[in-house]
Write a protein that binds this ligand. Structure first.
Ligand SMILES: Nc1ncnc2c1ncn2[C@@H]1O[C@H](COP(=O)(O)OP(=O)(O)O)[C@@H](O)[C@H]1O
Ligand SMILES: [Mg+2]
Length: 221
């Protein structure tokens, strides 16, 4: 489902170049729960941006569901991103002036999902993260863990091929982080494909398989 072949990403700052990813190879199959672990600055977010089609590699190939993503136009790529990738971020990325319900519903409006189906999917997703009762609350009326659960519900409702989470427990205390990991385990049990990026070895160890990244080099643990 995700295949990276010799992918490199090079940042140029003035006359210095940094290989944030250096000939990275990676293979993630449907239904897998994989963690990507590495210290700060190792290239995790760079890798996430490429896997999530937010950025293009400078070298190498990236196949998503069998298609090399360089073949897509900008517009098509944006569509692929919104349909196939469910992003979950460290800082939740919710819209502050919208309720939990509206935050979860918004991507479905962009995807032109019909109203009745939208309602069903939003309700089901909020129930899965046990926040249906708080659907009318805004992010600032919710705890950090609850906000992350809204963000996860938003990803679930969009029914992506892959959940891509960048340090999803990074802003949470360890108990709340464990609750969030519990939700990832449930999503995996329900057939979800999960790529979880973290610098926390305890979090990484909960995945089926770990991939380590260091100075832009990717290797199986
Ligand atoms: N837009 C950018 N321009 C220049 N350097 C960058 C940029 N983004 C990241 N880097 C550098 O690339 C390396 C990898 O960064 P990043 O992928 O954010 O690592 P991580 O998420 O593991 O902390 C770091 O040395 C970082 O400073
Ligand atoms: Mg990062």
């Amino acid at each position: 489902m995700i295949v990276l072949k010799d992918v490199s990403k090079i940042y140029t700052m003035g006359d210095t170049q940094l290989r944030a990813l250096d000939h990275a190879n990676m293979h993630i199959r449907q239904g897998e729960f994989v963690s990507i672990i590495g210290p700060s600055g190792s290239g995790k977010s760079t890798l996430m941006n490429i896997v999530g089609c937010l950025d293009l590699a400078d070298e190498g190939e990236y196949y998503l569901d069998g298609i090399e993503i360089r073949k897509y136009s900008e517009d098509r790529l944006a569509e692929v991103r919104s349909k196939k990738i469910g992003f979950i971020f460290q800082n939740f990325n919710l819209i502050g002036r919208m309720s939990a319900w509206d935050n979860v519903e918004l991507p479905l409006i962009y995807q032109r999902v019909p109203a009745q189906q939208r309602k069903e999917r939003v309700e089901e997703a909020l129930r899965r993260v046990q926040l249906y009762e708080r659907r009318r609350h805004r992010p600032n009326e919710l705890s950090g863990g609850q906000q992350q659960r809204v963000a996860i519900a938003r990803a679930i409702a969009a029914q992506p091929s892959i959940f891509l989470a960048d340090e999803p427990t990074g802003n949470l205390d360890s108990r709340t982080g464990e609750e969030i990991m519990g939700i990832f385990h449930e999503m995996h049990a329900a057939g979800g494909t999960i790529v979880l990026i973290t610098h926390d070895s305890g979090v990484a160890a909960q995945a089926q398989r770990q991939i380590a990244i260091r100075d832009g080099h990717v290797q199986e643990v």
